[in-house]
Design a protein around this ligand. Sequence first.
Ligand code: CMP
Length: 150
Amino acid sequence: MVLERTFVMLKPSTVARAMTGKVIDRIENKGLKIAAMKLTWVTQEKAATLYAVHKGKPFYDALVAFITSGPIVAMVIEGDEAVKVIRKLIGATNAKEAEPGTIRGDFALSNQKNAVHASDSAENAKCEMAVFFAPEEILTYKRADENWVY
Ligand code: CMP
């Protein structure tokens, strides 16, 4: 088992559409654990850090405008190979292409308003979770069903 933590963000469209529970349900049903979670706004400064790799791309300004347009839910998710597992669970970036059964495939229809973000590597996950959480806000505890998940 490779226990990992990854960063997940339910985007402003998911909060505005009152679909946070449905998305969180998918993550918890998989057996993954919520290690940290908060409803918050992405400031311009946080957006610049989060999307630094996209700076200069044609969609950058629209991306920052969208992510700062309303509250998001920031989460740290823990589990066996959590980075890879969550990416598979959320589906392709462009929600139009995302397979049915994935979160984006079932809850979104757009490249930008694609419901949810998840880190693409353990290294990026560390940087992204540090944007939203202090180390003491990321909790260690046992789920009651762990013996049945693993
Ligand atoms: P995500 O991977 O969560 O974080 C970066 C976001 O940039 C990505 O989701 C998409 O929402 C957005 N994005 C990536 N490529 C494009 C594109 N070509 N046009 C518009 N938005 C994009």
